[in-house]
Write a protein that binds this ligand. Sequence first.
Ligand code: FES
Length: 261
Amino acid sequence: MKPEKREKRDAAAIRSKANSAKTTKKDSENNPKQTTRDQPAGVLGSKMDRRGFMKTATAATAVVGASAVALTSIKPLELYTSTSSTSSNQQTATVDPFAAQTVTLIVNGASYAVSVEPRDMLGNVLREDLGLIGTKRPCNRGECGGCAVLIDGVVHYSDNYPAIRLGNGQQILTVEAGVGAKNPDPVISALQQAWVTEDAGQCAYCAPGMIMSAAGLLKANANPTVAQIKAALSGNICRCGAYIAIIAAVQAAATSLQGTG
Ligand code: FES
């Protein structure tokens, strides 16, 4: 393009832009509601005006304040006051629901009197109060199965089982009940031996939980299928991915127990 032509074209473009800006300004002056930036359409896009908003906000603040006063005037213990009546008088005893209680836990055939608070989970009590550190807590929130123990023959995750519920003669079995125990549990012992012969533990951190879940299965079903073994261990995670060897170990333990039975 020749220089003079380019100059003409640029001048025309500048004139056109200036006209367009004038038109836009005029439109916004005539229709102020169209520019939401200059004048928002009420609070949070609603039609409420400023006076209405102030009234609503004041009322809401009063409600919240009244609720807070009501809550702070409640003392926790008052919620748990129990009343016992006799023929002649009435007695009121205050029970602290958060207080520690002494419970007798039966673990691997031995009795332990331990002081536990309602928030104490069995896994913590086993490891920290009884020194039974065979039970692991890899996730500590009921997701990996590493803390599995047997309570009356049923698999439970000890990381979320309150120990305070276990003072009524329930039989707790941990992985320490196997090889080396005073009276070894035959199923747990067979599984531990099979874990070694089948090389089922790569890092073996999951092994205690896996073995206890498998023990729960073999105690209920002496000859499980592979599908039943997979279902029984479905709540247990092995981060090394040694599942094939783990299933083989459960099968080997089942076979050895049938041979001894
Ligand atoms: S530690 Fe209990 S399920 Fe993971």
